[in-house]
Structures are given as C-alpha cells and as structure tokens.
Design a protein. Structure first.
Length: 330
C-alpha cells in the first residue's frame, strides 16, 4: 500500500473527515465529488478529505491536479469498498465522519443545514435524505432528537452509511465486515445508530447520488444478483446473532431492523430471480434460523401485508406472479 499526504493538519483536529472510496470511477465525477466538499463553509483546518483508491486501473491522483493538494490519498490492492472504508476510518482525525462514494456529491445548502444541526444541537448522528436530481430547497423539516434505539424501535431507517454524518469516537472499534461487497452499509449503520444518544433526522436532501448502469450494484446478470442476495442474507444473519447479547431496548430495535431486512430480502428474491424453488430453499433456511415466518408485528402497513402474503403457499404464488411485473413498472 502506498500513501501520499499533502494535508497540513492544524493544532486542532478537523471538524469533519470526508472519506471517499473509489474504484475505476470516471475522473470528472471524482473531481465533482471533491469540489462539492470544498464549496462547503468549512475552513481548510476544519475539513479532512481522505481518498481511498481501491486498486483502480489508473490512479485518479494523476488527473486531479491542484485538487490533489487538498486531500490525503491512499492506494490499496483491490479489496472491496468495506476494506477501503475501514482504512479511511483508521486514518480519520475528524470529530465527525462523512462517507461519500466517488461518483456522488454533497448538495451545498442542504448539507450546510446538516452541519448546523451538528454544531448547534451537538447530535451524535444527523440523518438526511438522498436525491438524484438537483435540489434547491432551503426549507427543511427536522425531527426531534431521540436515541438511536428509540428511532430504530419506532421507525425504519435508510441503511446507506452515506446518508448520515456521525461522531467518530462513537463508532469506537465498529468497522465494515470485509468480504461483504453488497449491502455492507446495512450491517454497519444499524449497529452505529444503536450506539447514538442523540440522533436527528432531517428532510434536507443533502446527498446527490448518480445511477450508473455500469456500476457493480446495478449489474443485471444472474450471478451478480445471486451474489447481492447472498451478501444481504449474511448481513441479516450477522445482525440477528448480535441480538442475543443486547439489552432489551436495543434488542427490540435490532429485531425490528432484522425483520425489515428479511422482508426486503424475500422481496428481492422474488423480483430478482423469479425462481420459486430457489425462494422455497431460502425460506426453509430462514425458518431454521428462526427468521421465518416474519414476526407478527405491526411495524408498517406494508410489512403486515407482506407478512400475511408470505405465510401461505397461495400468497407466495400470487407474489411470484405480481411482484416482478410491479418491480419492472417502477
């Protein structure tokens, strides 16, 4: 692994460390990502930009020009986004951490609002919304600050780690699980949120994401689909196993999250494979783990409906016939 640092750190620690993992991301997108950070009101001493190159065919540093002087650059052998993010966390000195994918950007006004919540409310985590269109909204709705356990026990959360800014020391030794290439956020985010005493949700659409057909997460071949499903299942199992040692409130919150992820997993099996035999095998495995049938809880209207449908062979047959068509229409 090679490292190059051109960041001059002040006596005080940076306010935010921005961690950007990249792998064969177009150079213009990486530049736009970095520029979206530089446009923020943070002084140079208040920000730290860490670009982790996960073994790209060509180093993006070669085309960044003067932007390279604004960041810490790390290049590693291709090991996956989990490993890249973990390296970024080890290097980070900021009071807070923000993950950004190299082909995405921060929305200026909306992200400034998230920073203000951190500054004035001393939140451990601020969770914000995503958008794939330019958004000039400057009026936002902020929910009351609650504990992470209360938030997860009473509502669903967005699993992407890019949709939040969090206090670095709160994460402690928590890291992304190496080897999980798809859905690694879900495992990390759920555990992180449970550690927080002060979480604020805002409607600010602070994160701009691009839909790239060539990205691995959008690959349509069956091998890629099955790989994503296997990783989703591994995350569910990992989180479920952790509930055994959790205090009651955290356990209830995590079990809700596991049930939600299991519902999504079953839905994706149906829409991504359209294979009843494969579905039945996975449901049998989930049943052996104690995860199916889905818990009889009133989490959401969608959850209750989906639970009832999956509780019978007839309901599953209807889902097999209708969900793929509905998914295609979306």
């Amino acid at each position: 692994m090679q490292a190059k640092s051109t960041h001059t750190q002040s006596r005080n620690l940076p306010f935010v460390s921005f961690i950007i993992p990249v792998y064969n991301v177009p150079d213009d997108m990486v530049k736009e990502c970095i520029k979206s950070i530089l446009r923020l009101s943070l002084r140079k001493s208040e920000r730290e930009i860490i670009l982790v190159d996960d073994g790209s065919d060509v180093s993006p540093l070669q085309t960044l020009g003067e932007l390279g002087d604004q960041l810490i650059y790390i290049r590693q052998k291709n090991s996956g986004v989990s490993s890249a993010r973990n390296i970024g966390m080890e290097l980070a000195h900021g009071e807070y951490i923000q993950f950004i994918d190299g082909d995405d950007m921060l929305q200026h006004a909306a992200y400034e609002h998230a920073l203000d919540i951190i500054r004035y409310e001393k939140a451990d985590i601020v969770m914000f919304d995503f958008t794939n269109k330019p958004d000039n909204t400057i009026s936002y709705e902020d929910q009351p600050i609650v504990t992470g356990a209360k938030l997860m026990q009473e509502s669903n959360i967005h699993g992407s780690v890019c949709g939040l800014i969090f206090r670095r020391d709160m994460a402690g030794s928590l890291r992304f699980t190496p080897g999980i290439r798809y859905g690694e956020d879900e495992e990390f985010t759920a555990q992180l949120v449970l550690r927080a005493e002060r979480v604020c949700r805002t409607s600010a659409k602070a994160y701009y994401y691009r839909i790239r057909p060539t990205s691995a997460v959008n690959a349509k071949d069956m091998r890629s689909r099955l790989s994503r499903l296997d990783d989703a299942k591994a995350v569910i199992y990992n989180l479920y196993e952790k509930t055994d040692t959790m205090p009651l409130i955290e356990r209830k919150a995590m079990k809700r999250r596991v049930a939600q992820l299991t519902m999504d997993y079953i839905y994706n099996i149906i829409t991504q494979t359209q294979d009843r035999k494969y579905l039945d095998r996975q449901l049998n495995e989930l049943s052996q783990k104690g995860l199916f049938p889905l818990p009889d809880k009133n989490y959401t209207a969608k959850y209750k409906w989906f639970r009832r449908m999956t509780n019978s062979g007839f309901g599953l047959t209807i889902l097999m016939r209708t969900l793929p068509m509905l998914d295609k229409e979306r």
